[in-house]
Design a protein around this ligand. Structure first.
Ligand code: ADP
Ligand code: ASP
Ligand code: MG
Length: 442
């Protein structure tokens, strides 16, 4: 049995949390490769090391040095070193890091040092070898993970290392410079390492006992999802359920390695198991697995009689969006209608008006209508395909709650129904769906 464990920011926040990490690792000899995040928040008002590092970079740009800000990083790490009673000369490591940050003047390099320093510290504390992620993880010239190259490197680098601590969040770009994943990216590092060493399990240790059916800030009593498939999780995390980075499932998916989301502060809780379809064992009779959503979308609704018989209609509409270099979120369509859903942020400074005018010129629609301030909410569950009447339950619940649905998109996978509602109805909508499917089970 071989396990890769990733510990997130809260699990690294102070000496007490890091002691818990040691207990967890000590409790199971299979936990051999450990990926760590930079120390996160110790309380609600605290600042994550990563955010302080980005601020260091801004200071560097604006003032030419980041001495004062880096002192905060130094103080935080030295505090942990002292509390853990480590004899390591961390001052020297911090001096060198500060000098490198100042010399390199790179936002990614600066941000990556939180994980670097965290991994150096934890390696010393556990008595494991420190293995740098920059020697294994590579991005291609488009900034995407070069997964085959990386997988090869992980295999060869870790083959002879029995127990290692590896910093999360970064690797090297195609020119060899340090580059980070997007925020929360240590989850991806853990996944890459799990695949590379052919782990039996990827344990992702965080501050909640698994994936909840929906955001606990909206439904405080939300239940924990015990088991979920990769595909369902992909839908949920893409739609904003933020426990695990949305891209973290791809590497483990290739190796069919299950992920277990666990709570560092309640290690006895089972957490959530994320598994390939074929490993899913149905328990109970849940129709839906989870609900997630994102705010601030714009829907461009286009109507034209007989649009389906007009060759190239959709392409001409979409080419307008493409010319503006924008990404489309969804394109639900009917017989004579087509809606384009885009993130509102992309449409500022007159872009929306330009797009609407260009659509009018390109395809002469009967009618174009723009609806702004829309939230998208995904109701996900592979049980939905089996069960008749799921959509009816959903829409009845929303009608009862007085929520107007602007857009409906039922994914062809039958795994997911996405609806658009006014931003103002976002929380109410998630609550209504939860009550209709999960609350009713009580
Ligand atoms: P880490 O620092 O360990 O990577 P994150 O902050 O990235 O942890 O993710 C865990 C947090 O995700 C939880 O503390 C919780 O506030 C939030 N969260 C959002 N949606 C959900 C959900 N559906 N289930 C559980 N937690 C959620
Ligand atoms: N420390 C990084 C962040 O705050 C990466 C991570 O925690 O996964 O985004
Ligand atoms: Mg995270």
């Amino acid at each position: 049995m071989l396990k890769v464990c990733k510990f997130g920011g809260t699990s690294m926040a102070d000496a007490a949390a890091i002691r818990k990490i040691k207990d967890i690792i000590g409790a199971d000899a299979a936990r051999k490769y450990i990926v760590v995040s930079a120390p996160g928040k110790r309380n609600k008002d605290d600042i994550k090391i990563t955010d302080t590092l980005y601020a260091c970079y801004r200071d560097l740009e604006e003032k030419g040095n980041c001495k004062a800000r880096f002192a905060l990083i130094r103080e935080r790490f030295l505090g942990i070193v002292k509390d853990l009673g480590l004899s390591l000369n961390f001052d020297e490591i911090l001096d060198r890091t500060e000098a490198e940050i100042t010399e390199k003047k790179s936002a990614d390099f600066t941000a990556s040092r939180g994980e670097y320093l965290a991994a150096r510290l934890v390696a010393e504390y556990l008595g494991f070898e420190f293995v740098d992620a920059e020697d294994m993880i590579r991005f291609d010239s488009h900034g995407r993970l070069n997964d085959e190259y990386t997988d090869d490197k992980v295999k060869t680098r870790l083959k002879k290392v029995e127990k290692a601590v590896i910093p999360g969040f970064y690797g090297r770009d195609y020119e060899g410079k340090v580059k980070t994943f997007s925020r929360g990216g240590s989850d991806i590092t853990g996944s890459v390492i799990a695949r590379g060493v052919s782990a039996d399990l990827y344990e992702n240790w965080t501050d909640v006992s698994g994936f909840l059916v929906c955001d606990p800030r909206i439904v405080p009593e939300a239940k924990t999802i015990r088991q979920i498939t990769y595909k369902e999780l992909r839908e949920l995390s893409y739609m904003g359920a933020s426990v695990l980075h949305a891209e973290a499932i791809f590497p483990v998916m290739k190796g069919k390695i299950p992920i277990n989301i666990k709570n560092t502060f309640k290690p006895e809780d089972a957490g959530t198991m994320i598994v390939p379809n074929e490993q899913y064992k149905a328990v109970g009779d849940d129709v839906i697995t989870g609900i997630a959503g994102k705010k601030n979308f714009t829907v461009i609704f286009i109507e034209k009689s007989m649009m389906n018989s007009e060759v190239g209609f959709v392409r001409r509409v979409l080419s307008v969006i493409e010319h503006h270099g924008l990404c489309i979120e969804h394109v639900p369509s009917g017989i004579d209608t087509l809606s384009i859903v885009l993130e509102s942020e992309q449409l500022q400074n007159g872009v929306l008006t330009d797009i609407v005018n260009e659509i009018r010129e390109n395809v002469s629609p009967d009618y174009v209508h723009v609806i702004e301030n829309i939230s998208l909410i995904a109701t996900v569950g592979h049980g939905m395909a089996r069960r008749r009447g799921t959509a009816a339950t959903l829409f009845t619940a929303l009608a009862k709650a007085g929520i107007n649905i602007t857009m409906i998109d039922q994914g062809s996978s039958e795994l997911n129904i996405i609806i658009g509602v006014a931003n103002a109805d976002y929380e109410k909508c998630i609550r209504a769906i939860y009550d209709a499917f999960i609350g009713a089970q009580k």
